[in-house]
Design a protein. Structure first.
Length: 363
């Protein structure tokens, strides 16, 4: 069949309008985040020499920046649907190819970065490793984006002009390239969904005090139907705060699950469900950028990222009582010295919110 042109019905145009609107919502939300980052960073640059600009200091800073960039690209791909809505048809051409590339770049970037955040949270909480692996985190993110770009370039240069085509309500990898659809995007949807669920269960039990880690062997743990020792509300709050990052994979899983179900049903290329279910689930998934921004506000309402200029340094949660490792002690001492010198506000400018490592209680 000829997939180079698809004429939209009135119902499909209405559904696609909702998809574009969800893209606009996420786009504006993510632009708001980058606006705040730019403001804080600009203030920091004015106060500090370029060599002292410590914008990315923790792995989470790198991962979150990558996630919001991917959210931005993904939202832009949905916004481009306004062309098809205006013309009443989706057809191959330079614009179609551009949208297909943007869709794959953004959606795959969001999926893989969310997967990394889930794994990183598990490693930090369960094994207490990787807290200061800033160089490794940068290499991981660079590798991810290099992989996505290579997949896009290889597909568009080796698979012919029908690689990006109407599918049918927007442009993406054509239905004749099933293997590249799976490798380039689907597998990352499903892998992130599965890993997020597997990681969330033990971390949730740990946050409730039902799982205790072994101090000597990282692979050993004990399960308790009830915590051995009663915990104060403060202790429980610290455990919950340590899991802020896992909220991103969990919310992503909730948004991508309906999309995955529809994709599985229509995987053989036959659209047995019609346009409505497809457009509904993609509209829900398109709100992931907005949801990530909301999570950023909810999990760190007083973070340096959203603090007013000159007060951003106060957004960091102070170290609680209990276990504080050597690295955490060094950070705490450094923060105290900076505060005494009156420069703490400036040194924290532009920081992205990170996992509250110091609040992780003793095993």
């Amino acid at each position: 069949s000829d997939n180079s042109l698809h004429c939209l019905t009135r119902g499909e145009s209405i559904g696609l309008t909702i998809v574009a609107e969800s893209g606009f919502v996420s786009l504006f939300a993510v632009l708001f985040v980058f606006g705040i980052i730019f403001r804080n960073a600009l203030h920091h640059v004015r106060k500090k020499a370029v060599k002292d600009w410590d914008f990315l200091q923790e792995p989470v800073d790198v991962f979150m920046l990558s996630l919001f960039f991917a959210d931005l690209v993904q939202a832009l791909g949905a916004v481009l649907d306004i062309k098809w809505i205006n013309e009443g048809k989706v057809e191959t051409g330079p614009f179609c190819t551009t949208q297909g590339i943007i869709q794959q770049l953004g959606e795959t970037g969001v999926a893989i970065t969310t997967l990394i955040i889930a794994l990183y949270t598990f490693i930090v909480v369960w094994w207490r490793k990787g807290m200061n692996a800033i160089l490794i985190s940068k290499l991981v993110v660079l590798t991810v984006w290099a992989f996505i770009i290579i997949m896009i370039v290889v597909g568009n240069t080796t698979q012919g002009p029908d690689y990006e085509e109407p599918t049918p309500y927007w442009c993406w990898i054509g239905e004749h390239h099933t293997a590249l659809r799976i490798i380039g995007e689907y597998v990352w949807f499903w892998l992130t969904l599965g890993v997020s669920i597997l990681v969330y269960i033990p971390l949730f039990l740990w946050s409730r005090g039902n799982i205790a880690f072994d101090d000597r062997s990282w692979w050993k743990f004990t399960f308790h139907s009830r915590p051995d020792e009663p915990e104060s509300e403060e202790e429980k709050a610290r455990r919950r705060n340590s899991l802020n990052l896992i909220a991103y994979p969990v919310v992503y899983s909730i948004l991508v699950l309906p999309l995955s179900v529809v994709r599985w049903i229509t995987f053989n290329g036959k659209n047995q469900l019609g346009s409505a279910p497809n457009l509904i689930v993609i509209s829900i998934y398109g709100l992931s950028g907005m949801m990530n921004v909301i999570l950023l506000l909810v999990t760190r309402p007083n973070s340096v990222l959203f603090g007013r200029t000159g007060r951003a340094g106060r957004g960091r949660v102070s170290s609680p009582r209990g276990w504080i490792g050597p690295q955490a002690h060094a950070k705490q001492d450094g923060a105290e010295e900076s505060s005494q010198s009156g420069r703490d506000d400036e040194s924290q400018m532009g920081r992205l919110p990170s996992i509250d490592v110091e609040s992780i209680p003793s095993r």
